[in-house]
Design a protein around this ligand. Structure first.
Ligand SMILES: [Zn+2]
Length: 177
């Protein structure tokens, strides 16, 4: 249901019979989310959804999305685990019946091109991610680890390069005190 294209009539059918579903979606099938995730991460989102008619007898979808993502910290570019519960509720409207008088209700107008629910819900996740997402605390950032890795990987050249690196370690040691 999530992956296929649905038209207003389909949404109406599912909602009239009150459909619920639970699905775990691999991050690799979500192009916009995988763009901002760590390349080789096995992220996913779990979507629970109920399709039912709202007070205006239009289809609506609501539920929660639990994310299990490895995003890229905008400060250190290291992996940042982002687990969040997103509560959502979206009403649909048939575009041809859109009178423009629903000012106070947030809804999505469905035209003859239909809609893919997964795209919609991916958008809900994207809009919940802070613009410049980063580790909560600079001490959680990867800079120190990266430097450590760099030093370890340079061990083979230690003899030649030992001195500049030990100087650097000294400087960093002073900074952190
Ligand atoms: Zn960071």
């Amino acid at each position: 249901m999530l992956h296929q294209k649905l038209f207003f009539k389909d949404l109406l059918d599912y909602s009239s019979s009150k459909s619920t579903f639970l699905e775990k979606v691999d991050i690799k099938s979500l192009s916009r989310l995988s763009e901002i995730s760590i390349d080789d991460a096995d992220g996913n989102i779990s979507i629970s959804a109920t399709l039912k008619l709202n007070d205006q007898l239009n289809p609506s979808i609501s539920g929660e999305i639990n994310t299990n993502l490895s995003l890229i910290c905008q400060r250190c570019l290291g992996p940042l685990d982002w687990s969040k519960k997103i509560i959502y509720s979206i009403d649909f409207m048939n575009e041809s019946h859109d009178q423009g008088g629903q000012n106070n209700i947030e809804y999505i107008s469905i035209n003859e091109e239909g809609i893919v629910l997964l795209d919609l819900l991916e958008g809900e996740v994207l809009s919940s991610i802070p613009m410049s997402i980063m580790h909560k605390n600079i001490e959680l950032c990867e800079n120190i680890d990266k430097l450590g890795m760099f030093l370890r990987s340079s061990d083979e050249n230690t003899e030649k390069k030992n001195k500049p690196f030990s100087d650097l370690s000294e400087i960093l040691g002073k900074d952190s005190n």
